[in-house]
Design a protein around this ligand. Sequence first.
Ligand SMILES: C[S@@+](CC[C@H](N)C(=O)[O-])C[C@H]1O[C@@H](n2cnc3c(N)ncnc32)[C@H](O)[C@@H]1O
Length: 229
Amino acid sequence: MLSPSPHATPDREPAMNEFQLYNQIRAASMFADTFQRVQPVQGFLNPLEGFALFLLAAEGDGVGEVVEIGSFMGLSTCWLAAGSRSAGREKITAIDHFKGSPEHQKGGTHEIEAIVREGSTYQAFLNNLRGVGVHGWVQPIVAGSERAAADWKKPIRLLFIDGDHSYEASKKDFEVWSPHIVPNGLIAFHDVGPWEGVTRFYQELAQNAGGKWRECLAMQSLRVIQRIA
Ligand SMILES: C[S@@+](CC[C@H](N)C(=O)[O-])C[C@H]1O[C@@H](n2cnc3c(N)ncnc32)[C@H](O)[C@@H]1O
């Protein structure tokens, strides 16, 4: 039989309790496992941002749907779906017209072969979800953000905005989707910093959101705000 472990050596208090310690080790293991599975998926999200989405989908506050605007080939979708599934929570609604953003078109700054060849990333998106094994945890809506929002009725606990990165589109995405966010629900913006349009909109929002939203995470290019209950 194993002897009980001492909780601390006499000259050192533990920095975290055992529950927190084993949770961190579990989280590291889930990161490594998911990172390996999503590695073949082409996309615009670094692994730490992906894991932040995983944890928000698994542990984030509020009751409601998880919605993504801008799925591309499914990289962020896979991280969100893996997280929500690990905690037995909601499926992910993935919204994209799958025609690519302006920069993905022929001659654009981030020209994408599938867009130039087929005019869509939808087939690659479906193949990638199957490859990663999360296809049962994602409901795609093939439509533009504004069109999809016009038909949307359900409360949302986590919204990830990564569609058109222009100032006007970022503002529009926020305007049409934020009314659905539940108290304590979250909105995560991607590419704040590297992309001028999203960054300008986010800074404007941060200045005017007092009393309604608070920033709860700033990590790499992710900014997460929470609706004040
Ligand atoms: C930067 S990519 C998303 C990257 C993706 N989240 C990832 O993890 O790789 C932007 C995506 O937004 C989509 N998009 C652009 N404008 C949109 C709009 N108005 N409504 C919905 N999707 C849009 C594009 O088709 C493209 O797939």
